[in-house]
Design a protein around this ligand. Structure first.
Ligand code: ADP
Ligand code: ASP
Ligand code: MG
Length: 411
């Protein structure tokens, strides 16, 4: 009998009617003879509601206490679902992360899973129970409650699936698979049947929030197949799998499979940086403060000074400003500017490795729409640009229509 891990996201458990529907879905899987472990998110909107309670008291709430607060939302959804399963005559038990031994580091708000114990889960499965686990949370070495970052229930589900050597990890959400662009922006986006781990990892890191990037990273490391499915309608969804298997099964690999977008980005421009030592210490200080820098450009000016530009997540701006202002007093930095009205658009595809001409098509599509590019970064399998946020929809549509033609889709 295979163990299947099913994760249901916030919208999928967003009301009592939805929780009853999820219970029916689990009963169906159980009737097919599978052992089921369920990982749940909080009911839709609950994490944001709790977050705004905390920030009404303090704009930057104590991080330990914030995790304590936010983790409580998943306790509500798991107990309600378990009540619904028991009502249906099934033996079921809800468990919090610390009760099944999900151990994390102590980075509150963005903790990483270090290990998951399978002991309690296996005991419950042996007793024929459906186990309903709280996603998004963990416990550090000092028994503090931690949370795994927004969208972190995906990572909880993968970690539980790996600990149980499950056959696959099914992620049930409000779309019926992974699409060639966010279907809420691009109505012509098409569903992708199979996608490689590394392609999905890049997409998720570039903003495709259908899966948390750490979940994909964890699954890739342990070769745990993921299937993204709709909790609202039946279907095969999208399978996320090993690149070698995918390439072997696919005749013509598309150069670009997806256009991803990332909202809430900010551009930092620093003019007249004195020398490269200043650049090095600037990025070292930002790194030590835990700030993740994204795209970077550095231009050498005639007078041997540098202009440096980089992008970051918008909520880092005030912390960055504190660090840079202190540096300005000591080192030669002429001016610092912040633009917090930008977004990132990216084309992603493992097929880019073996195709030329994609950059030409990418920049032509943006130029034809008069979309001004503020920053560029590329890797083997993606091209990304930072643009003004007013171009979000127009940019996704023009790139998708230029680069992701349905007739080309072969995987
Ligand atoms: P859940 O609450 O189930 O975890 P999320 O809101 O985190 O759901 O993720 C699902 C959402 O991801 C979809 O509603 C969709 O708008 C968005 N999304 C972004 N990019 C994509 C994509 N390429 N394919 C499918 N969905 C995407
Ligand atoms: N409830 C958490 C969030 O809203 C975790 C999750 O949904 O995956 O981010
Ligand atoms: Mg999610």
């Amino acid at each position: 009998m295979a163990v299947i891990v099913q994760k249901y996201g916030g919208t999928s458990v967003g009301s009592l009617a939805r929780i009853e529907a999820v219970a029916d879905n689990i009963v169906e899987t159980r009737r097919k003879g599978h052992q089921v472990v369920v990982v749940l998110s909080a009911m839709a909107g609950e994490t944001n509601r709790l977050l705004s309670l905390a920030t009404s008291i303090d704009k930057q709430p104590a991080t330990r206490e914030l995790d304590m607060l936010l983790a409580s939302a998943e306790q509500v959804s798991i107990s309600l679902l378990t009540i619904a399963l028991i009502k249906r005559g099934f033996s079921a038990i809800s468990l919090l992360a610390h009760q099944i031994g999900i151990h994390t580091d102590n980075s509150f708000g963005r903790a990483r899973i270090k290990s998951v114990s399978s002991k309690r889960l296996l005991q419950a499965l042996e007793q024929e129970q459906v186990v309903v686990v709280a996603g998004f949370q963990g416990q550090d070495d000092d028994q503090n409650v931690t949370t795994l970052g927004r969208g972190g229930s995906d990572t909880s589900a993968i970690a539980v699936a790996v600990a149980l050597s499950a056959a696959e990890c099914q992620i049930f959400t409000d779309v019926d698979g992974i699409y060639s662009a966010d279907p809420r922006i691009e109505p012509l986006a098409h569903k992708i049947e199979n996608i490689a781990f590394n392609e999905m990892l890049v997409m998720a890191s570039l903003g495709a929030k259908v899966l948390q990037n750490r979940a994909v990273e964890y699954a890739m490391r342990h070769n745990m197949p993921i299937r993204v499915l709709s909790s609202f309608e039946p279907g095969q969804g999208t399978k996320v799998m090993n690149e070698d298997v995918l390439v072997a099964e696919t005749k013509n690999l598309n150069p670009v499979t997806n256009i991803a977008h990332q909202k809430l980005e900010a551009l930092v421009e620093i003019e007249g940086v004195e020398d490269h030592h200043t650049i090095a210490s600037m990025f070292t200080l930002l790194g030590e403060a835990g700030i993740e820098i994204d795209m970077i450009t550095c231009t050498l000016l005639n007078c041997c000074k540098y202009n440096v530009k980089f992008s970051v997540s918008r909520d880092n701006i005030s912390q960055i400003d504190d660090i840079l202002q202190k540096m300005t007093q000591k080192n030669g930095i002429r001016a610092i500017q912040y633009n917090d009205k930008v977004v990132k658009l990216s084309a992603v595809g493992i097929g880019m490795k073996s195709h030329s001409g994609i950059a030409g098509q990418f920049f032509t599509a943006l130029t034809e729409e008069n979309i001004k590019i503020l920053l560029i970064s590329t890797s083997e399998i993606n091209i990304s640009v930072l643009v003004d946020e007013s171009f979000l929809t127009q940019g996704v549509l023009c790139l998708h229509r230029a680069l992701c033609k349905t007739s080309d889709i072969s995987h």
